[in-house]
Design a protein around this ligand. Structure first.
Ligand SMILES: [Zn+2]
Length: 262
């Protein structure tokens, strides 16, 4: 029995070691159990669901702005294997996302909070950064590990109380810190990405500052629930600004703040 356990854990260790990789534009190592191709397939399937659920926006100037931003960001991302799509969906929700494989949706409800194209680039680059860093795949991998741990507990004969404690512990100890880590990482990668794409990275600080100052009452609740605001976020971006500014200086084409929205 003990021998079997030893073999199991050795194989698990080899498996996990080979499943780790470094996040692009960051030095953090991450656990990925699935392949990027599998994640991209899931992303494409989920994207068509969203597109059938929400009508496409009829706002032509904003659609065109999103296409310009999308093209610039996707070129800066350097992922030729992605099949990029950028759609503006009609919804009161102030939300945006990028699914694995480069499927980006922006809900029209978030547009009133953006002053210019560079602020739209801030949001798109942040979402694209989540996909580039494969945060979705990482979360799925840790959820699988959580299940594996639970099976281990059960086979060791631990009772229900231990299982509950384990569930709560991994949620607070592993999954929650991940959300936070992923947000800061998406901010950091996104800032470099928008600068490489030729958008003034100062716009990111301006955009997030509006939120943390609470100048926009009742705004984008749903987005904020997955994207925690805060002074810390702004401080993080300000610290990264000099590096992003260098990337901006090197950009072949510069849009500055782009077109004004109001
Ligand atoms: Zn985010």
């Amino acid at each position: 029995m003990q021998m079997r356990n030893a073999i199991f854990f050795s194989l698990l260790a080899i498996f996990l070691f080979s499943a780790c990789r470094s996040v692009p534009l960051s030095s953090r190592r991450q656990l990925l159990l699935g392949s990027e191709m599998q994640e991209n397939e899931l992303g494409a399937a989920a994207f068509s669901e969203f597109r059938s659920e929400y009508p496409a926006s009829q706002n032509k100037p904003m659609q065109q702005a999103l296409e310009r931003v999308g093209l610039a960001i996707s070129q800066a991302a350097g992922k030729p294997d992605y099949v990029w799509e950028f759609v503006l969906l009609e919804s009161e929700e102030a939300n945006a996302f990028c699914l694995p494989g480069g499927k980006v949706a922006v809900y029209s409800g978030i547009l009133p909070f953006m002053a210019n194209e560079a602020e739209l680039a801030t949001v798109v680059a942040h979402e694209v950064a989540h996909a580039l860093a494969r945060h979705g795949g990482e979360r799925m991998s840790w959820a699988q590990m959580q299940q594996l741990g639970l099976l281990g507990l059960r086979s060791a004969g631990a009772g229900g109380a231990w299982e509950t404690l384990y569930g709560a512990g991994t949620e607070v100890g592993v999954m929650l810190p991940f959300s936070r880590k992923h947000e800061f990482e998406a901010d950091s990668i996104g800032l470099v990405l928008m600068a490489k794409a030729g958008y003034d990275p100062n716009a990111a600080v301006a955009f997030w500052q509006k939120f943390s100052a609470g100048k926009m009452p009742g705004m984008i609740d749903k987005w904020l629930s997955t994207h925690p605001p805060g002074a810390e976020r702004v401080t993080n971006l300000q610290q990264l600004l000099p590096q992003a500014w260098q990337e901006y200086q090197k950009a072949g084409q510069k849009y500055g703040l782009g077109s004004k929205f109001k």
